[in-house]
Design a protein around this ligand. Structure first.
Ligand code: URP
Ligand code: ZN
Ligand code: ZN
Length: 460
């Protein structure tokens, strides 16, 4: 039997309108005013917004950080369940091979982790952590099986490749009009500064952001964009965090380069004073790039408002404070990098973006769903409520208030960087491809996610 969502306000990146929505099977089949109830189960959603399911284009639901075989606290089961509970119906996870393994082997490993475990739909960015003829040949193989985006690193010794290798990879990716995202930090400079602080006995989390100042990011962004320009490839910058990087992006765009910019909630609502918390508390915020100064936060919000920032995803990468972050108790450089966030993004951006008047709800939909879908070849299957699209629908109640807490979160990690922060609004119910998977904020059907095959997008 079909389902009729009656009386709600459907919101897209461009507009909002009061229309009924009929779902049949996995799809939206009809939209209009005063649709007849005959033959449908009716859900009264008056007073609520109907939002396209959110998409998180940057998660590490399962990552081994290469330091002492340490795996993330979350896995596909726990992370995706936390995601869908709050309205994220699709994640694009960073499939990350180990050195020496093929992209095909990595894909098999990620499928094994996700299949039958994920409570939201999923696909992957395939990480390229080394460059050789067989990896080059696998780029097309990945695209043929629906993986149309790739990830490379300019920092982290176990993941980064050389500039020339990034250039060659870009030229290969360009042949297929696929998408590349890069972690932009100058790895050599980071290593030098870590070595210097460690030699001086400066070992607390306070020193983590000092090893990765804004110039470390901005230099890498500028270099990456120059390499992309040489290769003629439109590119994505993941987790951009500073004013100086955004200025580099503006310069590139002024030279007609196509550049996509992602930032993350942590760079919009947290700042670097947190590294000076009591005891070892600062370790909770050790991520790369690090939390920034208020002036960077202001510049990022400006970018979010004026469209210089295209998308907001989380870079969810959770490590427990106890027994994982504490490995770096006597040396900040040993603290595993990353923070949880896949659960909290919608409420944070609604609260600190929409209800403060910084951005409209329509803009939030662009940043968290529609524009991500367009950028990563998921649109119009995902990212919009319209006939023939997947019925991924968040019934958003704007009139609720909450407090983020480690004790009530679904993420399987022993802290949240947003502990104690007040929120407004939340996902009351969530439909995933036509099935109600969340009701009254509770996950009622888990492990219903499936792999989404992507075809090259014509949008870039
Ligand atoms: O600190 C972070 N962000 N860890 C996750 C890996 C990455 O850099 O994206
Ligand atoms: Zn990164
Ligand atoms: Zn990441």
């Amino acid at each position: 039997m079909s389902i009729l969502l009656k009386g709600g306000t459907v919101v897209s990146a461009k507009a909002r309108r009061q229309v009924d929505v009929r779902i049949d099977g996995e799809k939206i089949v009809e939209m209009g005013t005063n649709l007849t109830a005959a033959g449908s189960t009716v859900e009264d959603v008056s007073g609520y917004f109907l939002l396209p399911g959110f998409i998180d284009a940057h998660t590490h639901l399962e990552l081994n950080n290469g330091k002492g075989s340490m795996g993330t606290a979350d896995n596909f089961y726990t992370g995706s369940k936390a995601a869908v509970a709050k309205g994220t119906t699709t994640v694009i996870d960073m499939a990350t091979p180990s050195k020496g393994s093929s992209l095909q082997d990595c894909l098999k490993a990620w499928d094994h982790l996700a299949q039958g475990n994920s409570s939201c739909d999923y696909t992957y960015h395939m990480s390229i952590i080394e460059w050789n003829p067989s990896i080059k040949a696998e780029i097309k193989e990945m695209i043929d099986v629906g993986i149309t985006s790739f990830k490379m690193y300019m920092a982290y010794d176990n993941l980064r490749t050389k500039d020339a290798e990034i250039f060659e990879a870009m030229r290969e990716i360009r042949k297929y009009q696929a998408m590349l995202g890069v972690h932009c930090e100058n790895g050599d400079m980071v290593n030098e500064m870590i070595a210097q602080f460690v030699a001086e006995g400066k070992l607390s989390p306070h020193y983590h952001p000092l090893t990765r100042p804004d110039s470390v990011e901005a230099e890498a962004v500028e270099r990456y964009l120059m390499i992309a320009d040489l290769a003629g490839l439109p590119v994505n910058i993941v987790h951009l965090s500073t004013k100086r990087s955004l200025e580099a992006v503006k310069r590139a765009r002024a030279c007609n380069q196509k550049v996509y910019v992602e930032t993350c909630p942590q760079y919009l609502v947290l700042d670097d004073h947190l590294y000076d918390g009591p005891g070892f508390e600062g370790a909770k915020y050790v991520c790369s790039p690090p939390l920034r100064r208020i002036c960077d936060q202001d510049a990022l919000w400006d970018g979010v408002i004026n469209g210089q920032v295209n998308t907001i995803s989380t870079d969810h990468c959770s490590f427990n404070f106890n027994e994982q972050k504490t490995i770096g108790k006597n040396d900040f450089s040993k603290i595993p990098n990353g923070m949880p966030g896949v659960e909290t993004r919608p409420e944070l951006i609604y609260t600190y973006g929409v209800t403060t008047g910084k951005i409209s709800l329509e803009r939030m939909i662009g940043l968290l769903s529609e524009d991500i879908a367009k950028q990563f070849a998921l649109y119009p299957q995902k990212g919009i409520i319209q006939v023939d699209s997947d019925a991924d629908i968040v019934i958003w109640d704007p009139n609720t208030a909450g407090v983020i807490s480690a004790t009530t979160q679904l993420q399987n990690v022993d802290y949240t960087p947003y502990d104690g922060m007040q929120t407004k609004g939340h996902a009351r119910s969530v439909y995933l491809r036509g099935q109600k998977v969340v009701e009254h904020g509770q996950v009622i059907a888990e492990r219903q996610g499936k792999f989404i095959f992507r075809k090259i997008s014509k949008t870039h």
